[in-house]
Design a protein around this ligand. Structure first.
Ligand code: ADP
Ligand code: MG
Length: 256
């Protein structure tokens, strides 16, 4: 079995008296693709934000390899570079070209040579079909293109693990696929990833493990096949049923 890359033990996260993550433990091994699903408000985004030390935690530990991720730690800037995060909103700088958005952090934070990063950035942009957009500004890109550029920006930092928080949720349906395909390719390359998504077909195709989160607890941790064919919990079943229902509903909508 591959080595543990991320180890979360007994994580507790509260916002005031709202217990959002409740004694949550999870180990992610190198090369593993974990898809986290669960109802709105169950703590998915908060979990990713805690992993990236964007939120203080009230209990437990989060470790990347042997280093503790702690918002107060002095080594946090270096640790954070090992964790790539892509959000639902693209967060590209509007006043910088795509290429400059990508090379900024590797240059400023990692002090790498501009020529080296530019070469790498252009190669990665090529791979996601955006080579010709390198000098465009974010406002000149579609949502799907912006999201692919944001993924390249994360990759150029050479992270050990990539976190994706509903990166296709704000996209028009025809753009969802192009972004999911990029993520699927990253998974095939052996990248370690934690993906929060509501795209169930994609989840099934991409995941090594499905984590089903409900009220801040992992209530299922299964292979995609087991989870989608035979969820162990009533909550898991109910959740999947709402998706089938929605899929049928949207098909009906198309026929109107
Ligand atoms: P999900 O991503 O699964 O929809 P979130 O992690 O965003 O859920 O939210 C989990 C819970 O934490 C919700 O009850 C939400 O209202 C609460 N929450 C999230 N962020 C904050 C915040 N910054 N301040 C207070 N409460 C928050
Ligand atoms: Mg969320």
């Amino acid at each position: 079995m591959a080595e543990a890359l991320l180890t979360i033990e007994h994580l507790t996260k509260r916002f005031y008296d709202n217990l959002v993550l409740d004694d949550l433990s999870l180990t992610v091994r190198k090369g593993e693709v974990i898809v986290v699903i669960g109802p709105s408000g169950c703590g998915k985004s908060t979990l990713l934000r805690c992993i990236n030390a964007l939120e203080p935690i009230q209990g437990g530990t989060i470790k990347l390899q042997d280093e503790v991720i702690d918002p107060k730690s002095k080594s946090l800037p270096e640790l954070r570079q090992k964790i790539g995060m892509v959000f639902q909103s693209y967060e590209l700088f509007p006043h910088l070209s795509v290429l400059n958005n990508i090379v900024l952090a590797p240059m400023k934070v990692q002090k790498r040579k501009k020529e080296d990063i530019t070469e790498e950035a252009l190669e990665l942009l090529e791979r996601v079909g955006l080579r010709e957009k390198a000098d465009s500004f974010p406002r000149e890109l579609s949502g799907g293109q912006k999201q692919r550029a944001a993924i390249v920006r994360a990759l150029c930092m050479h992270p050990e693990i990539l976190l994706f928080d509903e990166v296709t949720a704000a996209l028009d349906p025809e753009m969802v696929r192009e972004v999911l395909e990029v993520m699927l390719r990253l998974a095939q390359q052996g990248r370690t990833m934690i993906i929060v998504t509501h795209e169930m077909q994609f989840a099934r195709a991409v995941a090594d493990r499905i984590i089903f989160l409900d009220k801040g607890k992992i209530i299922e941790d299964s292979t995609p096949q087991d989870f989608f064919e035979e969820p162990k919990t009533q909550r898991g079943k109910q959740f999947l049923n709402t998706f089938t229902y929605q899929a049928v509903k949207s098909k009906e909508g198309e026929l109107d």
